[in-house]
Design a binder for this molecule. Structure first.
Ligand code: SF4
Ligand code: SF4
Length: 207
């Protein structure tokens, strides 16, 4: 191939195709005819038939595909990280949190604030516990680190608020004592994995 070929700028000149757009309409009647011819085609009636078919299925057969939110909600993944729940011990009803403070320490948004005190039997109890949901990024570290499975991510994901700083108190997240029988061991983020027993190995003792 000679170098002259690379200097040829008339590439594609023979591949242009000219569309036959016909004669442009001049009179009003010709314009009207063109609009009707282009608009009313077979596809239009196919679309109308699909709409009619779905409407009849919905009204007559009750075959509805839409979710009537907020009355109906789609199921979410068990690993979805939504608003936190504080769980209770099923046996005694006491809350599981032992006030170790690990969740507060690990929180990268610094949105957990807690305090503890000693009760009359010199046992540690949580006196203050808040999560600022205006700052929380739902990373799940707090649920992951909790040694007691006390804090988990529950299924509530509607956390819209008129206030930017939406604080949640310990009592708001704690399972109500009268609904303890409804508390389920959460199989989502931060919970024990189904094969946890298989992963336990004997700790070698040095003595
Ligand atoms: S989910 Fe993450 S950001 Fe939210 S409270 Fe827990 S550790 Fe903090
Ligand atoms: S890590 Fe768990 S047990 Fe420890 S303070 Fe947080 S919620 Fe309570």
């Amino acid at each position: 191939m000679s170098l002259e070929q690379f200097k040829n700028r008339n590439v594609g000149i023979h591949t242009y195709k000219t569309l036959d757009v016909g004669t442009p309409p001049n009179t009003g009647m010709e314009k009207f005819t063109q609009v009707v011819t282009r608009a009313v085609k077979g596809e239009l009636f196919v679309g109308l038939w699909v709409v009619m078919r779905e409407m009849i299925n919905t009204l007559v057969k009750g075959d509805v595909h839409t979710v009537k939110y907020p009355f109906e909600k789609m199921p979410i993944s068990p690993r979805y990280r939504a608003i936190h729940d504080m769980l209770r011990l099923l046996e005694s009803g006491n809350y599981r949190c032992i006030g170790c403070g690990l969740c507060e320490k690990i929180c990268i948004s610094n949105c957990i604030s807690m305090d503890t005190r000693y009760d009359e039997e010199q046992r540690k109890e949580v006196s203050e516990y808040t999560i600022n949901f205006g700052r929380c990024i739902f990373c799940g570290y707090c649920a992951e680190v909790c040694p007691e499975l006390a804090i988990v991510h529950g299924p509530r994901y509607e956390n819209a608020s008129e206030q930017r700083a939406g604080y949640s108190l310990f009592e708001d997240m704690l399972t109500p004592i009268d609904k303890l029988n409804l508390q389920q061991e959460y199989d989502g983020f931060g919970a024990v994995s189904p094969n946890a027993d298989e992963n336990i190995t004997q700790t070698p003792l040095a003595y």
